[in-house]
Design a protein around this ligand. Structure first.
Ligand code: 3HC
Length: 311
């Protein structure tokens, strides 16, 4: 590209303006956006499975209806994000095959099992709570289609987080067995939800450039700290204990001190060796195969429409 195009791009970023699909952009900017947005979309789609596991077994019609709505929202978030990624020149088919061929990353958090109903509460409260902390700043991402997709997604995410909190609150006001079930789910989802924010800042290869390009507005550790600040008072309101005895506010340093996260677990999951990685991918492959006839029928219908339009 000539210097003028680069200068124009740099001015857009410096002015905190939006880069749109038709604008010239550095190939590395395009590449990192395709990377992040497609992985974000994959996360939303795979994220339907852990909760989908409880739709047929929800304890009441109300809980079933809420969970159904939430899982449908996640599907919609995935479609917005795939569409945003497609504006950068990658096709839906390419992204789908990257996922089902096991070549694409998606959020580590969805590779854990959901053995009890309380997991629906812990996922809403912790996973969607973490997602909100991470996604609100993304509404201001420099790439237009991504930032705009985030605005709608964040509105729905707030409902997801509130219904999770309410499930846990209901359980914590129930029998001892229900309280124990809620605490067990918090114990299992707490550390994985902290890992959602990514590796520590000094081990985050993409952060420097993503920050320079105003895709990432706050660092992984900054958002993790913000999430903890949100969690602590809500855990007190719920009456649950966050499973880290070291967690405390350091007034001098103005930050939360905590036990070091076990990053080996994180890297195991990223390597595809988490508790549910294989199941999640197999389910996604099966859904793709089961849905092939729909794609073929739609393509055939579109062909016939085009043919009649020509005559
Ligand atoms: N799970 C899987 N991979 C992760 C990860 C996680 N929790 N955290 C980091 N990684 C990967 C990164 O993708 C990167 O690998 P890559 O270069 O091959 O893509 C590597 O680990 C190093 O991490 P970096 O910090 O350098 O990467 P980023 O700058 O991209 O930061 C991120 C990671 C904060 C997750 C950022 O990509 C991001 O903000 N993504 C958009 C948000 C997102 O994907 N959220 C998914 C949460 S689930 C969700 O939203 C569904 C909700 O409805 C519940």
């Amino acid at each position: 590209a000539d210097a003028e195009q680069q200068a124009h791009f740099d001015d857009l970023i410096a002015a905190d303006s939006r880069v749109e699909p038709r604008d010239w952009m550095p190939e590395a900017y395009r590449k990192t956006l395709i990377r992040q947005i497609s992985q974000h979309a994959h996360s939303e789609i795979i994220g339907m499975q852990p909760e989908g596991n409880w739709i047929t077994r929800a304890p009441s019609l109300k809980r079933k209806a809420i969970l159904l709505a939430k899982v449908q929202d996640e599907a919609g978030h995935g479609l917005y994000l795939y569409s945003a990624a497609q504006t950068l020149g990658i096709t839906r088919d390419e992204m789908t095959h990257q996922l089902i061929d096991g070549k694409a990353k998606y959020s580590s958090i969805f590779n854990y099992p959901t053995p009890t109903w309380a997991d629906m509460g812990a996922i809403g409260w912790l996973v969607d709570g973490a997602a909100i902390c991470n996604q609100v700043p993304l509404c201001r991402a420099s790439y237009g289609p991504y930032g705009r997709a985030m605005v709608r997604i964040c509105k729905e995410e707030s409902f997801h987080q509130r219904q999770g909190f309410e499930i846990l609150l209901t359980l914590m006001q129930g029998t001892d067995a229900q309280r124990a079930m809620a605490q067990d789910a918090v114990d299992r989802w707490y550390w994985p939800s902290l890992m959602m924010f990514g590796p520590p800042d000094d081990a985050s290869p993409n952060s420097a450039r993503s920050t320079a390009w105003k895709i990432k507005r706050f660092s992984n550790d900054e958002l993790r700290q913000r999430f903890l600040g949100m969690l602590v008072p809500q855990a007190e309101a719920l009456g649950v204990t966050l499973p880290d005895p070291e967690l405390h506010w350091d007034e001098d340093a103005q930050r939360w001190r905590m036990t070091e996260i076990d990053w080996s677990e994180f890297h195991e999951i990223l390597a595809g060796r988490g508790p549910m990685n294989a199941v999640r991918l197999q389910n996604r492959r099966d859904a793709h195969e089961d849905g092939a006839w729909v794609r073929e029928a739609a393509a055939e219908y579109a062909r016939k429409q085009a043919a009649t339009a020509e005559n």
